[in-house]
Design a protein around this ligand. Structure first.
Ligand code: FE
Ligand code: FE
Ligand code: ZN
Length: 276
């Protein structure tokens, strides 16, 4: 959901879409800037959330943020952005903020993970209400976080692991080699064994344009990719994932997302938290 028109406007659009939660970028996703909202706008945003009984909201950190980087300027920006955005999103009472762990770009996975841990430690004091979620990644290039073990290593290393959760992206895990089409039970069992299903706070519901295990990150519309509608419905309906918020990140605008949510709700006949 774009917040270019402000956060209250975004919440209004969510209601018009028939959704009851949303993912917003914590700042310009491809840059570094952000807007401060007026008190009036924030009050309106909170009112819309309350009146429409929104499920947990999710903020997404910018794509330009790489906490694993060994390059000083890149790393310093990432540390500043995660620290500021955790505080800014917490101040809005947003329940979760998700970020891409990062790409080590040559310094190696271990060193990249150390950087991520140090970055999180300087950005958190353990007192925040917001949960910080690590996103499961596809493993393109030198991306960290394509395996449950790497996500566990990050969480285990930080000072406040109790404030760290996981956001599962269906497109990314499928690309990373977790077969949610043929063996969803097995993937969730593995997740539970390594991380614990209790850490799962949010699901990014996306189809994929690329084959299983391709380690590419190309989202497709629901039912228009290599995962397919049945497998994605299986994810939403899985007993281990009940009560979680699902967020669409499919390549569509608001009208398309509205349609997609409508179709999914028809097929499911339920009231899961769904947003875009
Ligand atoms: Fe993401
Ligand atoms: Fe995602
Ligand atoms: Zn993606």
């Amino acid at each position: 959901m774009s917040i270019a028109g402000g956060i209250a406007k975004a919440a209004e659009k969510v209601v018009q879409m028939g959704a009851n939660t949303m993912q917003v970028f914590s700042r310009n996703p491809r840059g570094s800037g952000y807007k401060n909202y007026s008190e009036q706008e924030i009050a309106r945003f909170q009112e819309i959330r309350r009146e429409n009984r929104f499920g947990p909201l999710l903020a997404h950190a910018p794509y330009t943020m790489n906490l694993a980087s060994g390059k000083e300027s890149v790393y310093e920006f990432a540390c500043m952005a995660i620290r500021e955005d955790i505080a800014r999103m917490d101040a809005l009472s947003i329940e979760n903020i998700v970020f891409h762990p990062g790409s080590h770009t040559g310094i190696g996975t271990r060193a990249g993970i150390e950087n991520i841990i140090a970055g999180l430690d300087q950005g958190m004091d353990g007192e925040e209400g917001i949960m910080v979620l690590l996103e499961t990644m596809s493993g393109k290039g030198t991306e960290i976080g394509a395996s449950f073990q790497e996500l566990k290593a990050i969480r285990d290393g930080v000072k406040y692991p109790g404030r760290i959760g996981i956001c599962l992206d269906t497109c990314h895990v499928f690309s990373a080699g977790y077969d949610i089409v043929k063996d969803l039970d097995g993937v969730l069992e593995e997740f539970d064994r390594i991380l614990g299903l209790g850490l799962l706070r949010a699901v990014h519901l996306n189809d994929s344009q690329t084959p299983f295990g391709s380690r590419k990150d190309r989202h497709a519309r629901i039912g228009k990719g290599t995962i397919g509608l049945d497998a994605l419905l299986g994810v939403i309906k899985h007993p281990a994932l009940q009560g979680l918020p699902f967020y669409l990140e499919t390549p569509l605008e608001d009208e398309g997302h509205k349609q997609e949510i409508l179709e999914l709700r028809e097929k499911l006949g339920n009231k899961n938290s769904a947003g875009a």
